[in-house]
Design a protein around this ligand. Structure first.
Ligand code: SF4
Length: 361
């Protein structure tokens, strides 16, 4: 059996739009209208792997497949998987005993794993390997009796999971301002780690302010902000100074999508908005706009970006120039629990974590 990628068309919400002529008349545009399209954008390897894990679980075990939290932070992806038989729950105690549950790409704390075991649940762990890496760092430094300053947003699932690896050793630092006031036990045995989807610049500012107070603060062994987050921010930084308007496709609870809006504004975009779907674009945004920047968060299927480009084209922005700042070829193998099942079933895609491409390892 083969799975089809999550790529259904956008929901058609009837909406009366102002005509392109009406928008153009409201504020004349100087110069050639165009779109600068960020690359990389959209799906990262961890999201791709997690979505395929649920698709494959549905194919091989049949619905229902329970998923703890949104598998990735994107409304379209979640709704599409729901239509196929996935049931999204907040906690494992909502899953019937003995049923199959997938842990989302954002990772879980050891307490969640134990709770699933206690309920006799079958589990597939779709935590992104780059989140798992941060968990391992937390465990290792806690064992070495370090205090961990975890830079991230309290309440975000990923931060809850990482914090849960070593709660007695960890404090969360939400912002650069908090770096000025946080109290530590031993300033000579301190390390900072971070959420994978933060603003690179803001995180560095938080670290700078922490280090001002704690000069012996150690850096993580390797970058915790992942390649996908950094690359998407680098691409929009290049586009923003030329853009009158930036449209970021992504959901409100997607940290890296929300950061893209902030970064675009910080780097000079005159306006920047986030939308889940093209039908959320307000045509008034195009008034007086020559250049539109378009990008998407790491959990966004490309079909949603193409919908936005089609809409922009209707308003005169048919010229699309791709601004490429990096090439990405990272892929992850599917979760091990699933690989064993796929192997037994003779599913040839068992080793793949991307759309039919070879895995990195
Ligand atoms: S954004 Fe980064 S950490 Fe999150 S799933 Fe994608 S690759 Fe993994």
């Amino acid at each position: 059996m083969t799975s089809s990628p999550v790529a259904l068309s956008m929901p058609t919400v009837p909406r009366r739009r102002r005509s392109p002529e009406d928008v153009a008349a409201a504020a004349p545009v100087e110069g050639q209208k165009k779109v600068l399209l960020a690359a990389p954008r959209g799906y990262c390897a961890g999201v791709d792997r997690a979505v395929i894990a649920v698709e494959k679980a549905l194919e091989h075990y049949g619905p229902p497949v329970y998923v703890r939290k949104q598998i990735v932070h994107n409304r379209h992806v979640v709704e599409t998987l729901e239509e196929r038989g996935a049931i999204f729950v907040e906690e494992t105690d909502e899953v019937p005993e003995g049923a199959l549950v997938v842990f989302s790409a954002h990772g879980v704390s050891p307490a969640v794993v134990r709770s699933a075991e206690d309920r006799g649940l079958r589990t597939i762990d779709a935590t992104c390997p780059l989140v798992t890496k941060v968990h391992r760092e937390a465990v290792r430094f806690a064992k070495g009796d370090y205090e961990i300053l975890l830079i991230g947003h309290e309440g975000h699932e990923e931060v809850e999971g990482t914090y849960g690896e070593a709660p007695e050793h960890t404090q969360i630092v939400n912002s650069p301002e908090e770096a000025d006031t946080i109290q530590v036990k031993d300033p000579d045995r301190l390390i900072w780690l971070s959420q994978t989807t933060l603003s690179v610049d803001e995180t560095m500012e938080t670290v700078r302010r922490l280090r001002e107070r704690f000069p012996n603060l150690q850096d993580p062994p390797s970058d915790d902000i992942c390649y996908a987050t950094s690359n998407r921010q680098a691409a929009i930084k290049k586009i923003a100074p030329q853009a009158d308007l930036v449209i970021v496709v992504g959901s409100a609870n997607s940290s890296n999508s929300v950061r893209l809006v902030e970064v675009a504004l910080e780097y000079g975009a005159r306006a920047a908005y986030r939308v889940d779907f093209a039908n959320e674009v307000d045509e008034s945004w195009f008034e007086g706009v020559t250049t539109v920047g378009v990008t998407s968060g790491a959990s966004v299927p490309e079909v949603l970006v193409q919908d936005v480009l089609r809409l922009a084209s209707e308003y005169g922005y048919g010229t699309v120039e791709e601004v490429v700042t990096a090439e990405e070829d990272i892929l992850f193998s599917l979760p091990k629990e699933l690989r064993a099942t796929l192997k037994e079933a003779g599913d040839a895609s068992r080793g793949l974590g991307g759309r039919g491409q070879r895995p990195q390892s």
